[in-house]
Design a binder for this molecule. Structure first.
Ligand code: GRF
Length: 200
Protein backbone atom coordinates (compact mmCIF):
# COMPACT_ATOMS: atom_id res chain seq x y z
CA UNK A 1 0.00 0.00 0.00
CA UNK A 2 1.53 3.31 -1.11
CA UNK A 3 0.92 6.66 0.54
CA UNK A 4 -0.09 9.07 -2.20
CA UNK A 5 -0.19 12.86 -2.13
CA UNK A 6 -2.02 14.97 -4.69
CA UNK A 7 -0.80 18.45 -5.62
CA UNK A 8 -3.29 20.64 -7.42
CA UNK A 9 -4.12 24.26 -8.19
CA UNK A 10 -7.61 24.20 -9.67
CA UNK A 11 -10.64 22.17 -10.67
CA UNK A 12 -9.32 18.82 -9.46
CA UNK A 13 -11.10 16.47 -11.85
CA UNK A 14 -8.02 14.27 -12.22
CA UNK A 15 -7.72 14.12 -8.44
CA UNK A 16 -11.35 12.95 -8.28
CA UNK A 17 -10.68 10.26 -10.91
CA UNK A 18 -7.71 9.00 -8.85
CA UNK A 19 -9.76 9.14 -5.67
CA UNK A 20 -12.59 7.16 -7.30
CA UNK A 21 -10.23 4.44 -8.54
CA UNK A 22 -8.54 4.14 -5.14
CA UNK A 23 -11.87 4.04 -3.29
CA UNK A 24 -13.06 1.34 -5.68
CA UNK A 25 -10.06 -0.76 -4.63
CA UNK A 26 -8.39 -0.65 -8.05
CA UNK A 27 -5.08 0.79 -6.83
CA UNK A 28 -3.07 -0.35 -3.78
CA UNK A 29 -2.79 3.16 -2.42
CA UNK A 30 -4.29 5.62 0.00
CA UNK A 31 -4.46 9.37 -0.46
CA UNK A 32 -2.83 10.76 2.66
CA UNK A 33 -2.69 14.41 1.65
CA UNK A 34 -4.03 16.89 -0.87
CA UNK A 35 -2.04 20.12 -1.27
CA UNK A 36 -3.15 23.21 -3.16
CA UNK A 37 -1.09 26.33 -3.74
CA UNK A 38 -4.33 28.26 -4.33
CA UNK A 39 -6.65 28.85 -1.35
CA UNK A 40 -9.73 28.96 -3.60
CA UNK A 41 -9.01 25.84 -5.71
CA UNK A 42 -12.23 23.83 -6.18
CA UNK A 43 -10.07 20.70 -5.87
CA UNK A 44 -9.33 21.63 -2.26
CA UNK A 45 -13.05 21.84 -1.52
CA UNK A 46 -13.63 18.44 -3.17
CA UNK A 47 -10.86 16.98 -1.04
CA UNK A 48 -12.41 18.27 2.17
CA UNK A 49 -15.85 17.03 1.10
CA UNK A 50 -14.33 13.57 0.71
CA UNK A 51 -12.68 13.86 4.13
CA UNK A 52 -9.11 13.82 2.92
CA UNK A 53 -6.49 15.74 4.80
CA UNK A 54 -6.19 18.83 2.64
CA UNK A 55 -3.89 21.79 3.14
CA UNK A 56 -3.30 25.00 1.30
CA UNK A 57 0.32 26.07 1.07
CA UNK A 58 -0.01 29.47 -0.62
CA UNK A 59 2.67 30.13 -3.19
CA UNK A 60 2.10 33.80 -3.90
CA UNK A 61 5.25 35.85 -3.44
CA UNK A 62 7.39 32.95 -2.22
CA UNK A 63 10.62 31.90 -3.98
CA UNK A 64 10.47 28.52 -5.70
CA UNK A 65 12.75 26.50 -3.45
CA UNK A 66 11.51 28.09 -0.22
CA UNK A 67 8.02 27.13 -1.32
CA UNK A 68 9.03 23.60 -2.24
CA UNK A 69 10.64 23.12 1.18
CA UNK A 70 7.32 23.93 2.83
CA UNK A 71 5.49 21.40 0.66
CA UNK A 72 8.10 18.68 1.15
CA UNK A 73 7.81 19.16 4.91
CA UNK A 74 4.09 18.39 4.65
CA UNK A 75 4.83 15.33 2.48
CA UNK A 76 7.50 13.99 4.82
CA UNK A 77 5.20 14.40 7.82
CA UNK A 78 2.79 11.92 6.13
CA UNK A 79 5.45 9.54 4.80
CA UNK A 80 4.39 10.04 1.23
CA UNK A 81 5.67 7.47 -1.28
CA UNK A 82 4.17 8.76 -4.52
CA UNK A 83 3.18 12.29 -5.55
CA UNK A 84 0.60 12.96 -8.26
CA UNK A 85 0.60 16.40 -9.82
CA UNK A 86 -2.97 16.97 -10.94
CA UNK A 87 -3.22 20.40 -12.51
CA UNK A 88 -0.53 21.78 -10.20
CA UNK A 89 0.42 24.98 -11.98
CA UNK A 90 3.94 25.35 -10.62
CA UNK A 91 7.26 24.11 -11.82
CA UNK A 92 9.01 22.02 -9.16
CA UNK A 93 12.57 22.97 -8.21
CA UNK A 94 15.39 20.49 -8.91
CA UNK A 95 15.71 20.14 -5.16
CA UNK A 96 12.10 18.94 -4.84
CA UNK A 97 12.48 16.47 -7.72
CA UNK A 98 15.67 15.08 -6.14
CA UNK A 99 13.83 14.38 -2.87
CA UNK A 100 11.44 12.06 -4.73
CA UNK A 101 13.29 10.49 -7.67
CA UNK A 102 10.91 8.60 -9.97
CA UNK A 103 8.15 9.04 -7.43
CA UNK A 104 6.43 12.10 -8.90
CA UNK A 105 3.84 11.69 -11.65
CA UNK A 106 2.24 14.33 -13.86
CA UNK A 107 -0.59 14.34 -16.36
CA UNK A 108 -0.33 16.48 -19.45
CA UNK A 109 -3.03 17.09 -22.08
CA UNK A 110 -1.01 16.25 -25.20
CA UNK A 111 1.04 13.43 -26.62
CA UNK A 112 4.43 14.53 -25.30
CA UNK A 113 6.94 15.59 -26.53
CA UNK A 114 4.42 17.47 -28.71
CA UNK A 115 2.91 20.61 -27.21
CA UNK A 116 4.52 20.93 -23.78
CA UNK A 117 3.72 23.91 -21.54
CA UNK A 118 0.45 25.76 -21.28
CA UNK A 119 -2.62 25.55 -23.56
CA UNK A 120 -1.57 22.28 -25.20
CA UNK A 121 -5.00 21.67 -26.71
CA UNK A 122 -4.94 25.13 -28.37
CA UNK A 123 -1.40 24.46 -29.57
CA UNK A 124 -2.55 21.18 -31.17
CA UNK A 125 -5.44 22.92 -32.95
CA UNK A 126 -3.27 25.76 -34.17
CA UNK A 127 -0.66 23.32 -35.45
CA UNK A 128 -3.30 21.45 -37.40
CA UNK A 129 -2.60 18.14 -35.65
CA UNK A 130 -4.97 15.33 -36.64
CA UNK A 131 -4.34 13.41 -33.43
CA UNK A 132 -3.64 14.56 -29.91
CA UNK A 133 -4.15 13.01 -26.52
CA UNK A 134 -2.68 12.85 -23.05
CA UNK A 135 0.39 11.61 -21.27
CA UNK A 136 1.19 10.46 -17.75
CA UNK A 137 4.91 10.75 -17.11
CA UNK A 138 7.43 10.81 -14.31
CA UNK A 139 8.55 14.29 -13.39
CA UNK A 140 12.18 15.17 -13.93
CA UNK A 141 13.94 18.49 -13.69
CA UNK A 142 12.63 19.82 -17.01
CA UNK A 143 9.05 20.85 -17.79
CA UNK A 144 6.81 18.10 -19.24
CA UNK A 145 9.92 16.07 -20.03
CA UNK A 146 10.28 12.95 -17.86
CA UNK A 147 9.85 9.25 -18.82
CA UNK A 148 6.42 8.36 -20.22
CA UNK A 149 4.30 5.81 -18.32
CA UNK A 150 1.01 5.80 -20.30
CA UNK A 151 -0.28 7.73 -23.31
CA UNK A 152 -3.66 7.76 -25.01
CA UNK A 153 -4.51 9.35 -28.35
CA UNK A 154 -7.73 11.05 -29.39
CA UNK A 155 -8.70 12.35 -32.85
CA UNK A 156 -8.68 16.07 -33.55
CA UNK A 157 -11.79 16.94 -35.56
CA UNK A 158 -12.03 19.76 -38.10
CA UNK A 159 -14.86 21.37 -36.15
CA UNK A 160 -13.08 21.14 -32.77
CA UNK A 161 -12.73 24.18 -30.56
CA UNK A 162 -10.30 24.36 -27.66
CA UNK A 163 -13.23 23.42 -25.39
CA UNK A 164 -14.42 20.36 -27.34
CA UNK A 165 -10.91 19.00 -27.84
CA UNK A 166 -10.06 19.61 -24.16
CA UNK A 167 -13.19 17.73 -23.10
CA UNK A 168 -12.37 14.74 -25.35
CA UNK A 169 -8.82 14.63 -23.99
CA UNK A 170 -9.95 15.07 -20.36
CA UNK A 171 -12.14 12.00 -20.60
CA UNK A 172 -9.03 9.98 -21.47
CA UNK A 173 -6.96 11.71 -18.77
CA UNK A 174 -9.41 10.35 -16.23
CA UNK A 175 -8.79 6.85 -17.59
CA UNK A 176 -5.02 6.84 -17.91
CA UNK A 177 -4.03 8.61 -14.70
CA UNK A 178 -5.49 5.84 -12.52
CA UNK A 179 -3.97 3.23 -14.87
CA UNK A 180 -0.53 4.78 -14.53
CA UNK A 181 -0.76 5.21 -10.77
CA UNK A 182 -1.78 1.58 -10.47
CA UNK A 183 1.32 0.47 -12.40
CA UNK A 184 3.55 2.57 -10.16
CA UNK A 185 1.92 1.48 -6.90
CA UNK A 186 2.11 -2.17 -7.95
CA UNK A 187 5.82 -1.60 -8.68
CA UNK A 188 5.39 -2.80 -12.24
CA UNK A 189 7.56 -0.15 -13.88
CA UNK A 190 11.23 -0.65 -14.76
CA UNK A 191 13.54 1.87 -16.36
CA UNK A 192 15.79 1.35 -19.40
CA UNK A 193 17.35 4.81 -19.72
CA UNK A 194 14.27 6.94 -20.25
CA UNK A 195 12.14 4.06 -21.50
CA UNK A 196 9.59 2.85 -18.95
CA UNK A 197 9.01 -0.89 -19.36
CA UNK A 198 5.78 -2.24 -17.87
CA UNK A 199 5.97 -5.67 -16.26
CA UNK A 200 3.02 -7.94 -17.00
C1 GRF B 1 -5.60 18.78 -16.98
O1 GRF B 1 -5.89 19.04 -18.33
C2 GRF B 1 -4.20 18.23 -16.86
O2 GRF B 1 -3.81 17.46 -17.95
C3 GRF B 1 -3.37 19.48 -16.78
O3 GRF B 1 -4.14 20.38 -16.03
C4 GRF B 1 -5.52 20.04 -16.14
C5 GRF B 1 -6.03 19.82 -14.75
O4 GRF B 1 -7.41 19.58 -14.71
N1 GRF B 1 -2.07 19.20 -16.21
P1 GRF B 1 -8.08 19.08 -13.37
O5 GRF B 1 -7.78 20.15 -12.32
O6 GRF B 1 -7.52 17.75 -13.02
O7 GRF B 1 -9.55 19.03 -13.67
Amino acid sequence: MKNVAILLSGRGSNFLALSDAITAGKIPARIVLVVSNKPDAPGLTHARERNYEAVCVPSKGIKREAYDRQVVKELQARQVDVICLAGFMRLLSSWFVQQYPRQILNIHPSLLPAFPGLHSQKQALEWGAKVSGCTVHFVDEKLDHGPIIVQRSVPVLDEDTEETLSARILEQEHQIYPEALKLVCEERVRFQERLVVILK
